[in-house]
Structure formats: structure tokens, C-alpha cells
Design a protein around this ligand. Structure first.
Ligand code: BV8
Length: 233
């Protein structure tokens, strides 16, 4: 890490692009998830109410993909785990991703603001917990008098992302904001860079292409597996 930032408070925001090299589809690239599935039917509470089986099959398929032998953390995930080691307590990693590749690379302090594929939650309590079996009509919660159909622990459009207070505090206190592999189209995550800059942080964007119209201080254009290790070393 550049000597200027050795003692800095750093916030890293990751999106689907950091997991692309691990074989997980992004959303809005050519052939991405939203090319194959209508987002309003899949990633919204209304879509889930309309057709829970469709939504369950979408998330069951993505959960199964996480266990595929060729899906593993890549050098960008490992570089961030190394950065966490070096920046004990001063690195805040917030991810829009619902995969577990940051964990599998060794990162510990991770906030999944859009939820996690490997977790389910009761639609009443919204309490998340790890679940290995697939989502299905007879897969019911045990916490309610009237057992409820367990739903994916995923933040859908129109639902409040997880940990917003914690995220905003970290961003307003950081000296360096690094965005990796996100198109910057989904709020509130898409507004984090502006918030960081408003509080005086430097902002770096790592992306295959410039993802935001607004001015990052630095654009490192290229694959995350190449660019992230360079920033961290
Ligand atoms: C909320 C489910 C409020 C998880 C997802 C009008 C204007 C502004 C905002 C809105 C609006 N209308 C509605 C809104 C709000 C809405 C929103 O932002 N809509 C957008 C589309 C306009 N947001 C919400 O609804 C959020 N909630 O606002 O709640 C609220 C307040 C109080 C009380 C209640 C509610 C909820 C947002 C979360 C939605 N869930 N998905 C899942 O299934 O995985 S969104 C989905 O997009 C994923 O979560 C994903 O993480 C997220 C962002 O996508 P990216 O990660 O950026 O992926 P993408 O494919 O887009 O881009 C990949 C990038 O990587 C590209 O730039 C590519 O170039 C790059 N790349 C590719 N390969 C590589 C690479 N880079 C480097 N290396 C590579 N190898």
C-alpha cells in the first residue's frame, strides 16, 4: 500500500466485477444475470410474492454455483485479505456481492450490504442464518407460530440495505475510498464515493471500464485480478 495511505482509514466497496474472474456472472455486463432474468421478477419482494418458485430457482442455482470446483477466490480477493492483515482495524470492506469469496480468501471484517447467498431468513423476523438445503415451499422457519416459507437473505430492490449506519460512519471517517468492480448504478452504494469525497477522502476506481460519470481521483482501468494486487502491494 502506497506509503501515503499506510496509516489511513480505508473503505473498500466491491461489486460483481471482483468475482467475475472467479467465474461468477456480473449483472449488467453483456450476458450478465439481468440479461437472462427480468430483474423486477427476480430481485424484488413483489416478484417473490408473485412467483416464489422462480426466485427460489434463481437463488438455488447461484448457491449451487458457489460449490462448483472451479469457483474460488481470485487474486483480487486474496489481495484485500492481505490488506486487512496489514491494516488491522483500519480497513472497512463493504460488498454488494452476496457470494462468499471474500470470506474464502481470508477477509474477516466484511459487511454484505445486499445479503448473502448462503443464508436464509424468516420473512417475519428477517433474522438471517446459514442454510445448506435449497429454498422450497416446504422449507419453513421454526421461529413463528405459523411457520413461514424461508426466503433468501438477499436485499431486493425497494428493501433497506444492511448496515447502512455502520457504512456511512466508516465512509465519513475514511481517508481513502476504493471502489472495485461495480457499475455504480445501484443506490445507495452508488452514492458512497461522493459521500467519501465530500468528507475529504481520496477515491480510486478499479474497473474494466470507467464505471461512474462522477470524478474519481484515480481510475485504474483493467481486470481486478491485475489492478487490486498492485494497489495493495
Ligand atoms: C433501497 C440482489 C431504500 C442481490 C440487488 C431511481 C434513482 C435512484 C435510485 C433508485 C431509483 N429507483 C429506485 C431506486 C433505488 C434502487 C436503485 O438504486 N435502483 C437503480 C437500479 C436505479 N435501490 C434499491 O432499491 C436499494 N434499496 O434503496 O432501499 C429504502 C429506504 C428505507 C426503507 C426501505 C428501503 C436496494 C438495492 C439492492 C438491490 N439488490 N441484487 C443479488 O441478487 O445479488 S442489486 C444488484 O446490483 C446486486 O446486488 C449488485 O451487487 C448490485 C450492483 O451491481 P454491480 O455489483 O455493480 O454489478 P454490475 O454487473 O452492475 O457491474 C459490474 C461492474 O464490474 C461493471 O462496471 C464491469 O465493468 C466491472 N467488471 C466486470 N468484470 C470485471 C470488472 N471490473 C474489474 N475486473 C473485472 N474482471
Amino acid at each position: 500500500m502506497n506509503t501515503d495511505f499506510r496509516n489511513a482509514n480505508i473503505v473498500v466497496l466491491t461489486g460483481a466485477g471482483i468475482s467475475a474472474a472467479s467465474g461468477l456472472s456480473t449483472f449488467r455486463d453483456q450476458g450478465g444475470l439481468w440479461d437472462k432474468y427480468p430483474v423486477e421478477d427476480i430481485a424484488s419482494p413483489e416478484g417473490y410474492r408473485r412467483d416464489p418458485e422462480l426466485v427460489e430457482s434463481f437463488y438455488n442455482a447461484r448457491r449451487a454455483q458457489l460449490d462448483a470446483p472451479d469457483v474460488a477466490p481470485n487474486t483480487a480477493h486474496f489481495a484485500l485479505a492481505k490488506l486487512e492483515q496489514e491494516h488491522q482495524g483500519r480497513l472497512f470492506l463493504v460488498t454488494q456481492n452476496v457470494d462468499d469469496l471474500h470470506e474464502r480468501a481470508g477477509s474477516n471484517q466484511i459487511l454484505h450490504m445486499h445479503g448473502e447467498l448462503r443464508k436464509a431468513c424468516c420473512p417475519v423476523t428477517m433474522q438471517p442464518f446459514f442454510m445448506s438445503q435449497p429454498f422450497a415451499a416446504d422449507n419453513l422457519c421454526q421461529c413463528c407460530d405459523q411457520p413461514q416459507r424461508l426466503r433468501p437473505n438477499i436485499v431486493w430492490f425497494g428493501e433497506m440495505p444492511i448496515g447502512m449506519g455502520q457504512i456511512e460512519r466508516a465512509i465519513t471517517e475514511c481517508d481513502l475510498f476504493i471502489s472495485i468492480g461495480t457499475s455504480g448504478t445501484v443506490y445507495p452504494a452508488a452514492g458512497f464515493m461522493r459521500l467519501a469525497k465530500a468528507f475529504g477522502a481520496k477515491a480510486i476506481d478499479i474497473n474494466l471500464e470507467p464505471s461512474y460519470s462522477s470524478p474519481f481521483d484515480t481510475h485504474l482501468q483493467g481486470c481486478a485480478t491485475q489492478q487490486v494486487p498492485k494497489v495493495v502491494e
